[in-house]
Design a protein around this ligand. Structure first.
Ligand SMILES: Cc1cc2nc3c(=O)[nH]c(=O)nc-3n(C[C@H](O)[C@H](O)[C@H](O)COP(=O)(O)OP(=O)(O)OC[C@H]3O[C@@H](n4cnc5c(N)ncnc54)[C@H](O)[C@@H]3O)c2cc1C
Ligand SMILES: NC(=O)c1ccc[n+]([C@@H]2O[C@H](COP(=O)([O-])OP(=O)(O)OC[C@H]3O[C@@H](n4cnc5c(N)ncnc54)[C@H](O)[C@@H]3O)[C@@H](O)[C@H]2O)c1
Length: 487
């Protein structure tokens, strides 16, 4: 069977859906090819379930920090109730709600595995063993996302490790969990499972959250320790083995993946756990995608320009995780809006608005990518770190402020602990980076994003008055620490 559309989108995750939506609004007939669940990793195995698993622990910890409320927390977190809530959040891994949305948005869907089959052609292997040939009159978008990267460590693959999907979709909490990797997935899942009462050991060879300001990893490490987790730094796993389930002293207590797992570290220590979660980064979903039929290399991240178009292929775009610009849902969706509008504009014969900060470019990817790590404490950051600014050769001033000194924070939690950092580009007189670490800092990051994207001059920021007594008053304190620029 052969069908023709203006635009074919391979991958119906959050990013593919958004490209398709913008293209339809731009007047293009559009089809999404999806081989699993419409909604993608984020909805069913990543952002949504992970945040659902973290929320109960965070709520209990927050209550425990408020005298009067603390006394009311007398029970334990109900892990099974929380897992049931997680199941609701992920719609029981059923995408019928998303299908209704596609329908309403006027987007067609072909279920099956899509792969490029030459220029503007996509072949789909359908679940019933059939094959659909799709032709794109205008463009093809690859929005296939990323998979967990499992490092080559002796015995690891045979030990049936968890990757992010197993951690977010587990039906019970193991008694002991080892986490390899101190990045965002490792830290968030360590926090969640620690809140369930699991004995968690994080193996972070070079410390926690290395992409952020150093104080972020330090405070999150302290938080994990307070939650009862152990953080091992400066050591890497060298060998992993899993015993047979029948070898377990109490076979009925054995985890579903088999017997206990032993992780030998480079420092000579051995960590023993019931499950091991590998959280060591991502690899692009570009194998089995027919890239070789258009002169590209299977298994590579797809390089794109700022309109998300693959250089040398004026009909091919790559959006979201698969282009490796920023592995975050919101940033992928931002790219999707730019790409969908660019494709529609070009199809009309218009010039793309591709100057920096134009309608059809993802300029913010280079300057202002906000991210929140939902650990306890949270980390919320956007723009450059102090080290990144120095590397970029900027003349900067770095301002730090203890969040606990802000009236709003002291009301939020007794003995509030946290730090805020603002980085000012002295030559332009604007903020280029901000990091907040502490309980409930997530919502602080949008103000920083606006300041960076808008290039708001510091002297004008003095007129952006934060309400009292909110945590946003940290902005005032940071500005006071900087000093009011002379008139
Ligand atoms: C545990 C975890 C937690 C996370 N939490 C957050 C968070 O809190 N906030 C945040 O911003 N980001 C978070 N992320 C990152 C976020 O999940 C990704 O950035 C986001 O899912 C990328 O969206 P995407 O559409 O590019 O890819 P995906 O969501 O992976 O979607 C790609 C889709 O393409 C389909 N597909 C792939 N290949 C083919 C093919 N050949 N044919 C047909 N269909 C195909 C897949 O089935 C999938 O549905 C998290 C990631 C993990 C692992
Ligand atoms: N809240 C959020 O925004 C959120 C949550 C989860 C994931 N994500 C996204 O998902 C992506 C993947 O997250 P991730 O944590 O898997 O990757 P990551 O790149 O953030 O961290 C991987 C960590 O694993 C370590 N590592 C790599 N190889 C190792 C090895 N052989 N032994 C020991 N340690 C090793 C690295 O040093 C690093 O600290 C991230 O880019 C992130 O943006 C976002």
């Amino acid at each position: 069977m052969q069908q023709e559309f203006d635009l074919i989108v391979i991958g119906g995750g959050p990013v593919g859906e958004n490209v398709a939506d913008r293209a339809v609004q731009g007047g293009l007939s559009t089809v999404i090819v999806e081989h699993e669940l419409v909604g993608g990793e984020c909805s069913y195995w990543a952002c949504m379930p992970s945040k659902a698993l973290l929320r109960a622990g965070a709520a209990i910890s927050a209550a425990r920090r408020v005298p009067g409320a603390a006394e009311a927390v007398t029970g334990q977190l109900d892990v099974q109730a929380l897992f049931a809530h997680r199941d609701d959040v992920v719609k029981h891994w059923n995408d019928s709600g998303q299908l209704e949305w596609l329908d309403g948005a006027g987007i067609q869907l072909v279920r099956g595995h899509g792969r490029l089959d030459g220029e503007r052609r996509v072949a789909v292997d359908t679940p019933d063993g059939g094959r659909v040939e799709l032709l794109a009159r205008v463009a093809v978008v690859v929005a296939t996302g990323s998979d967990p990267l499992i490092p080559r460590i002796e015995g690891l693959a045979e030990a049936r490790p968890w990757a992010s999907r197993e951690a977010t979709s587990a039906e019970q909490a193991p008694r002991r969990l080892a986490v390899i990797g101190g990045g965002v997935v490792g830290v968030e899942m360590a926090a969640a499972y620690a809140s369930f009462g699991t004995e968690v050991t994080v193996i972070a060879r070079s410390g926690l959250l290395r992409e952020f300001e150093p104080f972020a990893g330090e405070l999150v490490g302290d938080g994990l320790t307070e939650q009862g987790a152990r953080v091992v730094t400066g050591a890497s796993p060298v060998r992993v083995s899993r015993a047979d389930a029948s070898d377990a002293a109490d076979a009925s207590a054995a985890p579903s993946s088999g017997g206990e797992v032993r992780i030998e570290l480079s420092n000579g220590e051995t960590i023993v756990a019931d499950e091991v979660l590998v959280a060591t980064g991502r690899t692009p979903r570009t194998r089995g995608l027919g890239l070789e039929t258009v002169g590209l290399e299977p298994g590579d991240w797809l390089e794109v320009d700022d309109t998300l178009r693959v250089p040398g292929h004026d009909w091919l775009y790559a959006v979201g995780d698969v282009n490796h610009r920023a592995l975050l849902t919101h940033q992928g969706k931002y790219q999707a809006r730019a790409a969908g509008d660019a494709i529609a504009a070009r199809a009309r014969g218009d010039e793309a608005s591709d100057a920096p900060w134009g309608a059809h470019v993802a300029t913010a990817d280079h300057h202002a990518v906000p991210q929140v790590v939902f650990s306890d404490p949270e980390v919320a950051a956007v723009g450059l770190t102090a080290a990144g600014a120095e590397e970029a050769g900027l003349r900067t001033r770095v301002l730090d402020y203890e969040l606990g000194w802000v009236a709003g924070a002291s009301l939020l939690a007794d003995g509030y602990r946290g730090t805020a950092r603002m980085i000012v580009d002295e030559d332009r007189g604007v903020v280029v980076g901000a990091t907040f670490v502490g309980q409930d800092v997530a919502e602080l990051v949008q103000a920083a994003t606006i300041a960076i994207v808008g290039g708001v001059p510091i002297d004008r920021l003095w007129h952006a008055v934060p309400a009292y007594p909110t945590m946003s008053e940290v902005w005032l304190r940071l500005l006071e620490a900087y000093g009011r620029p002379a008139a």
